[in-house]
Design a binder for this molecule. Sequence first.
Ligand SMILES: O=C(O)[C@H](O)[C@@H](O)[C@H](O)[C@H](O)COP(=O)(O)O
Length: 239
Amino acid sequence: MSETVVVVVPDADLLASVVAARLVTTIIDAQAVRGRADVVLTGGRVAAKVLRAVKELPAAEAIDWSRVDLWWGDERFLPSGDPDRNETQAREALLDALPLVPERVHAMPPADGADGDDAAAAAARYADELAAGGATFDVLMLGVGEDGHVASLFPGHPDATAEGTVTAVHDSPKPPPTRISLTMPAIRSAAQVWLVAAGPDKADAVGAALGGDTALPAARATGATRTVWLLDAAAAAKR
Ligand SMILES: O=C(O)[C@H](O)[C@@H](O)[C@H](O)[C@H](O)COP(=O)(O)O
């Protein structure tokens, strides 16, 4: 039976610290239970803030980073190293400072990779990598868009209902227009899904999703065992 928990903290800085602390202990717990941890990262401003907060936490030194697999919930389909790629931002915020095993950092393909600018082929390649990696996601983090999107699954968009595990997204309402995203079934396969949102611009979407408006991908993004909404007071104002 899956449970939903809503955690509200006063402001965005505290939110980042709280999510970072939960992430560190969740990774340590997963390694104790399974010998490894599979973590799904997200993009956006809150995500980068969380990763920077992990860097500041002494408890993060208790993690065996060589037994952590990192995956992404979505990616902006841009050339390798582009500053707007979620991968680039995560590397700058935290990953470059960690003793990770490069093969266990599963970035989604860039637009200048083996499939060139063919986003569908790149999505299929990531689906293969996911299947080969034998991952069961311990925790999957998501930012929440003002329109209620999560990852690159946008409300009312045809790609938001894709099946399988990974999909190419075209004509995204949030730039850039071409993206790669985990599908909703893949998101829902995670043991824990954490939806992280800060600021007044998120209040309507958070309120509607928590109210059960399943037209919003954020309302359907639940974890197999636990769904945790991690909000600052401004984002929680209309729930
Ligand atoms: O690639 C992206 O842009 C995302 O992964 C997207 O789903 C993001 O997480 C939300 O739009 C929230 O972003 P903010 O935290 O910047 O508002």
